[in-house]
Design a protein around this ligand. Sequence first.
Ligand code: 13P
Length: 256
Amino acid sequence: MARKPLMAGNWKMNNTISEAVVLTQEISNHFERDWDESVDVLICPPYVDLKPVWTVLDFDKTGIGVAAQNVYWEQKGAYTGEISVPMIKEIGCVASIVGHSERRELFGETNEDVNRKVKALTDADMFAIVCVGESLAIRDEGTTLDYVCAQVRAAFAGIDVFKARDCVVAYEPIWAIGTGRTATPEQAEEVCAAIRTTIADLYDEDTAEGMRVLYGGSMNPGNVAALLEMPNIDGGLIGGASLDASSFITLIEACI
Ligand code: 13P
């Protein structure tokens, strides 16, 4: 089954509203209007930038979507500082990243939290971009596949197959994030293939074949082609290189 590639730019905590509008406009100006037949593109800015970014993309009819970087699982209530699924949905988000390693490491997000977020998103007919990935210590120990596949199982625990189908898994080895040290295409492929096998095991072959598995971690114009050539890598979750319009566009063009 041919899977349509997905390139998602995770801006992390970068760009004020005015900076976000400028960058989005630059991306939009260089995005050819028929590219969305060959590739899905998402921009994942900070919460406050979501509406302005969506407004530029919608006005320009780019076909590029917006997604949040995180979301809370409760619908509303006394959860100071949190943002709910209905809130990001109304802004125009189609998805949210969940379980990014920075959230797991810096903010104590657990596998159970990730699972609750996947459930909240898919219950609202949105999809989750579920991040998984090992630390250098785990890689050196030789337990990467067990660790990452356990994260995948935990994220999808109790999620109905019809809801899981639209979700995306992003394999992001922690040692490759923001370090300039990319996993080799073979290293990334090995883990992405194991993720797909885990999905087949949890659900069925069709679901596994249809689900997009992304690679993230220092993806850049120099390494994108070799990574995308791998049979189980269906796109990228891009940090640093998505903050520059021309490099993000180059990465998107690699999918055309
Ligand atoms: P970099 O592309 O900056 O390594 O970040 C990857 C990432 O964490 C995307 O979510």
